[in-house]
Ligand binder design. Structure first.
Ligand code: CA
Length: 231
């Protein structure tokens, strides 16, 4: 628990009983907790207190969670997990321009929520070093903060998972990861999909970033083992 002891979580939730349950459980798990009960307060607290992660409800008084997310993203790369009440909000949440890192639909289990918090904090620590600087590999430029990938200066349109997968591989360039490992780290803490999910996303990613997807130079296959970034 010591690695989480100093982490501060900003909980943005206007429904006091839910905010209280979240706070109690986060504190129990070793986190410090700040509460904001409307959108304006959320933006102010995010910018002044600089939390390590933000749990952000969508429906809020004064300004909604989407607006808060956009404003925070203008200056900060803090992981943001959106709490959504409706499935149709998920599309918006995952819009790359919005910059949310993850989402949880209500009602959620506390166990799931804690696991997501932990996973997002872990991912953010991987890219914490030089997160302002784009990662540059030959003709490919990956800007983690802006959720942007450019090839020869042109922006490439990636889905959320494609970007997360590319980011994960590229920030640990040269390291080989099994499909199981990637499923676990990039998709979910205990995603129960099968390995082909990884293969399909790798294939789509190659089609978008490689000059010749069947003869890739960035995302390479280690036969019988998995994938690695070779940029
Ligand atoms: Ca709400």
């Amino acid at each position: 628990m010591q690695d989480t002891a100093r982490k501060t979580i900003l909980v943005v939730e206007d429904e006091k009983p839910i905010a209280e349950i979240l706070k109690v459980n986060l504190v129990k798990n070793g986190y410090k907790v700040l509460n904001a009960f409307d959108g304006d307060e959320a933006v102010n607290l995010a910018l002044t207190a600089e939390p390590d992660l933000i749990l952000l409800d969508v429906m809020l008084p004064k300004q909604d969670g989407f607006s808060v997310c956009k404003k925070v993203r203008e200056t900060m790369s803090t992981p943001i997990i959106m709490l959504t009440a409706r499935a149709e909000e998920v599309d918006k949440v995952l819009g790359l321009e919005l910059g949310a890192d993850d989402y949880i639909t209500k009602p959620f289990s506390l166990r799931e929520l804690m696991a997501r918090v932990k996973a997002n904090l872990r991912r953010s620590s991987i890219v914490a070093a030089d997160s302002n600087e784009p990662l540059c590999f030959a003709e490919l430029e990956i800007n983690v903060e802006r959720y942007e990938v450019k090839k020869r200066g042109s922006v490439i349109d990636l889905t959320y998972r494609e970007f997360e997968l590319l980011k994960y591989l590229a920030t640990q360039s040269g390291k080989i990861f099994s499909r199981e490992h990637l499923l676990n780290k990039v998709w979910d803490y205990e995603y129960v999909g099968d390995d082909r999910t990884v293969d399909v996303t790798i294939r789509r990613l190659r089609e978008k970033i490689e000059d010749d997807p069947s003869n890739p130079t960035y995302i390479l296959t280690k036969r019988g083992v998995g994938y690695y970034f070779g940029g």
